[in-house]
Design a protein around this ligand. Structure first.
Ligand SMILES: N[C@@H](CCC(=O)N[C@@H](CS)C(=O)NCC(=O)O)C(=O)O
Length: 203
């Protein structure tokens, strides 16, 4: 399997799962502006969509869209998902909320929005993060272990830290808890990312 990713992008969630699982996988970063991979390949040949994540399976099939990539990984590695219908449905429910509302809600921050647009986005994002928090069943979204949805939320909380968007206390705790996992630290290092202050060991 090969994951195409970009540091700080939503592909980080899939990258963490693959790293934590510990089975061999390939990965390559992508320059999203130029659509060129680290080895000089044309990323548009991998996926004409031109965005990450893109997961190339061993038989050559290419899975795109973060919801689909993460859902696929949760079916391969059930520790990150559920084996019953309602559990899988709840997982998709959160993944969809994150992808369509929260992820897209950061657009003004990533794509040069005006200060007004950023302020409005920030308010809406905080309200959406509160919704996520309200549904938490324990330390994680679904009680006692992180699923692919927690990892997607984790990436969004990193974005929140980067752009100064307020998130509720329990999500700050979730970010810290997930950030302490060895596989997560290894993935952040592999992507060359610097952790937000409240996740750093000295804090
Ligand atoms: N609909 C896609 C969007 C993914 C997406 O927005 N990826 C960003 C990084 S987080 C990206 O690659 N942007 C570059 C581009 O769209 O050109 C999904 O949900 O996976």
């Amino acid at each position: 399997m090969k994951l195409y990713y970009c540091p700080w992008a939503c592909s980080l969630a899939a990258h963490i799962v693959l790293t934590e699982v510990g089975e061999p996988f390939d990965s390559e970063s992508v320059d999203l502006k130029k659509k060129v991979t680290a080895s000089g390949g044309d990323f548009n040949q991998v996926t004409p969509k031109g965005y990450v994540p893109a997961l190339v399976l061993n038989d050559g099939e290419v899975v795109t869209e973060n919801v689909a990539v993460l859902y696929y990984l949760s079916t391969l590695y059930p520790a990150y998902g559920f084996d019953h219908a309602l559990g899988r449905t709840r997982l998709l429910e959160v993944l969809s909320l994150v992808a369509t509302e929260i992820h897209k809600g950061f657009k003004p921050f990533w794509h040069g929005g005006s200060e007004e647009e950023k302020a409005a986005a920030s308010v809406r994002l905080t309200a959406l993060f509160r919704q996520i928090e309200a549904g938490m069943e324990g330390d994680y979204l679904f009680d006692a272990r992180p699923t692919v949805a927690d990892l997607y939320v984790f990436v969004m909380t990193l974005w929140a830290a980067r752009f100064g968007v307020d998130i509720p206390e329990r999500l700050v705790a979730l970010r810290r808890r997930i950030g302490e996992r060895e596989g997560v630290k290894a993935t952040l290092r592999a992507e060359g990312m610097v952790m937000p202050k409240d996740m750093r060991e000295e804090s």
